[in-house]
Design a protein around this ligand. Sequence first.
Ligand code: PLP
Length: 240
Amino acid sequence: MAVTRNKIQRNLDRIRTNIEIACAKRNRDPREVTLVAVTKSVEMDTIRNLLDVGLTDLGESRVRQLTARAEEMGAYLARRRNELSGPVRWHMVGHLQRNKIKHVLKCASYVHSVDSLRLAEDLNSRCEFDGRNIDVFIQVNCAEQGQKYGCAVGAATHLAESVDTLPQLRVIGLMTMGVLNDEPETRLAFSRLREIHEEILRDRVCGPAFRHLSMGMSDDYVIAVEQGATVLRIGRALFA
Ligand SMILES: *Cc1c(COP(=O)(O)O)cnc(C)c1O
């Protein structure tokens, strides 16, 4: 069954309050924090309800799901465009296989999971072919264990620099995942990502568009905001 608009609104209010508290602790402006609603297994009606409460940044972790949903929403969005608070933007937040690049580029405005130069180069070639650009995050494996994807911490700065030189790609930030059920490790992973971020800013490794930290999901978004997150990728907490 679809999750009602009221339920999503209540969850969203709670999440926003928690974000505000975490921001206040760190003297941050909550308006710096964007929420990407990760839709995964929810129904199309639930996604429409997300739009109704003003959430227009939508994320998927699988290419097939992302393209199917983006296409299905197409006609609906075309009818609704004037009422929405802004254009809908799809974020590819999960691991991206190189053979899925052309599909993801049909719909996605952002790719959060660039973790190798090879993937970035293939993205760049396809973007050239399609005559478009794309904003990407460099995914970094900041945890000691338990993560399959993301470049090594020591390779992140150099990768960000190389990817940012590709003409169709713009590196707008870094992304990482916390560690399930391990708050200290998660906090450490997020602070590591923030340190790399600060280093890249300080040394002007990337262009002026580089400013985001995509970290924090349903279980750890408060920690993420305390550690400087500007993009939260939240699924379950919006729907449960
Ligand atoms: C599923 C997923 C999320 C959202 O996870 P929740 O725990 O449902 O908030 C965020 N980022 C990625 C990469 C995901 O796969």
